[in-house]
Design a protein around this ligand. Structure first.
Ligand code: NAD
Length: 482
């Protein structure tokens, strides 16, 4: 069995024998590899090594444009190995191969984008008075910790690591226990490209390794992507040492469809927004809000499309793959059972056994209708291919429904009337609003993050570079001639 080592202080290291964890292929239920559950001494060693490396002359001397070139080189390497890495991601997460390919390309784009930005992170000068030059300088924050979820491992590793390296930090990545493979591939590339301690990968159970990292007094920033409950724990741990956090958390995002929407596009957009990665996407369009007068026709057509969706192993590259693991499967199948018992299922609603893949974690893409907006299935992030439907008869009702959950990550508005669409976009509490499209394929350049409990701060785009820099004001008095 392949054992995946961690990279700590430039050395490939493992945990003690009894601390290995299995990594499964969700499509087949087979064990793909094993990872180490890092112990306290290993986490502490990673943080110590990061500090030494960050303070070293060797790293300070690497020029901004050289850091950028390094990242662009990595982007190139990823593209050269795209097919191999796509298969890794597909097997690790269970997602259809073409979705894994899109993730690999997105990762390359992150390294390319932030590689290009590395020597364009500029400070400012402020006019104070004659005889003073006041400069605002952006410095790296120091040791940045990146805690990554399992649903988009390479993309989420790439998006924050690229920005942090571009700005000159020492990076420690903790991949999700279920999905370390592509982060390990990135780690192998970094291993001999940067000084020991500048890029490190630690693995293990979130509940063990997470708090060891987040409560450590010598880290300088945490970027956490994951659930709200873990985000709260991360923020509490960070608060003890006044360590800033960027939190990218969950969502329950609405697609608001008006009767005058471009219907084919809306049907396609609503469908893809909930089945992508089997609904295990923070920005999944999990709530369909449809104008009452269009509901019957729209829902009938959507149901027909759901009925013909093909579900199967990631490598078969069908419409939808399996759920990630047994925990996810038990959770989603329990929620489907509840929906069946309460009579909300319009289509789907069952678990699936795929011939030849009996150990995979498959469920049907599902639409639920008829529940109150206060119902737990309408409010909580299900994190599976389950769409809940509500209707509205006025624009204000649509806005109220869109804003009625604790989340605020993404929203879609579908209407040919741009007055209505713009008005709704201005009132919806969400970090990104898409009009007559959804998810905007890639979107590396666009700031991404949540209102309300969907998070704090923004990743992606130029603005994310601010997460990884500290601002220093330097006022220089110079002598004027008498
Ligand atoms: P999770 O919160 O269970 O785990 C996320 C990561 O945190 C994992 O690496 C895990 O090992 C680690 N972790 C667990 N306990 C920890 C602790 N006490 N301290 C520190 N780290 C800990 O989330 P998940 O199930 O892996 O991912 C799904 C969630 O992530 C969903 O809610 C989804 O919406 C969210 N998500 C958000 C975004 C975004 O950009 N907003 C993107 C993807 C996923």
């Amino acid at each position: 069995m392949q054992k995946i080592p961690m990279l700590i202080n430039g050395n490939w290291v493992y945990a003690d024998e009894e601390r290995f964890l299995d990594v499964m292929n969700p499509s087949t239920g087979e064990v793909l590899a094993q990872i180490s559950n890092a112990n306290e001494a290993q986490v502490n060693e990673a943080i110590r090594a990061a500090r030494v490396a960050f303070d070293s002359e060797e790293w300070r001397k690497v020029k901004a444009f050289e850091r950028g070139q390094l990242l662009i080189e990595l982007a190139q390497y990823i593209r050269e190995h795209a097919e191999e890495w796509s298969l890794l991601e597909c097997r690790d997460v269970g997602k259809p191969l073409s979705q894994a390919r899109a993730d690999i390309e997105a990762a390359a784009r992150y390294f390319e984008f932030y590689g290009g930005a590395a020597d364009k992170v500029m400070g400012d000068t402020i006019p104070i008075e004659d005889g003073i030059l006041n400069a605002v300088v952006l410095e790296p924050v120091g040791i940045t910790v990146h805690i990554v979820p399992w649903n988009y491992p390479i993309q989420i590793t790439a998006r924050s690591v690229a920005a942090a390296i571009a700005t000159g930090n020492a990076v420690i990545v903790k991949s999700a226990e279920d999905t370390p493979l592509t982060t390990h591939a990135i780690t192998k590339w970094f291993a001999d490209k940067v000084p020991a301690g500048i890029f490190q990968h630690v693995t293990g159970l979130g509940s063990d390794v997470g708090p060891l990292l987040t409560s450590h007094p010598d880290i300088n920033h945490i970027t956490f992507t994951g659930s709200v409950s873990t985000g709260i724990a991360v923020m509490q741990a960070a608060a003890k040492n006044i360590v800033p956090v960027t939190l990218e958390l969950g969502g329950k995002s609405p697609n608001i469809v008006f009767a005058d929407a471009p219907m084919e596009q809306a049907l396609d957009g609503v469908l893809r927004a909930i089945i992508q990665n089997a609904g295990q996407t923070c920005s999944a369009g999990a709530r369909l809000l449809i104008e009452e007068s269009a509901k019957e026709v729209f829902l009938t057509q959507l149901v027909e499309r759901f009925k013909v969706l093909k579900v199967g192993p990631g490598e078969a590259d069908l419409d939808m793959g399996p759920l990630l693991n047994k925990r996810q499967f038990m959770n989603i199948s329990g929620r489907l059972q509840q929906a069946r018992e309460d009579g909300y299922v319009v289509v789907g609603g069952e678990t699936l056994t795929i011939e030849g893949y009996g150990k995979g974690y498959y469920v049907q893409p599902t639409i639920l209708d008829g529940m109150e907006d206060t119902h737990v299935l309408a409010q909580e992030e299900i994190f599976g291919p389950v769409l809940t439907v509500f209707s509205f008869d006025t624009v204000e009702k649509a806005i109220a429904l869109a804003n009625s959950t604790q989340y605020g990550l993404v929203a879609g508005v579908w209407s040919k009337d741009l007055d209505t669409a713009h008005y709704v976009a201005s009132r919806v509490q969400a970090g990104q609003v898409f009009i007559n499209n959804y998810g905007a394929a890639g979107g590396i350049q666009m700031p991404f993050g949540g209102y309300k409990k969907s998070g704090i701060g923004r990743e992606k785009g130029f603005v994310a570079l601010r997460n990884y820099t500290q601002m220093k004001n330097i006022a220089i008095r110079y002598a004027l001639p008498n």
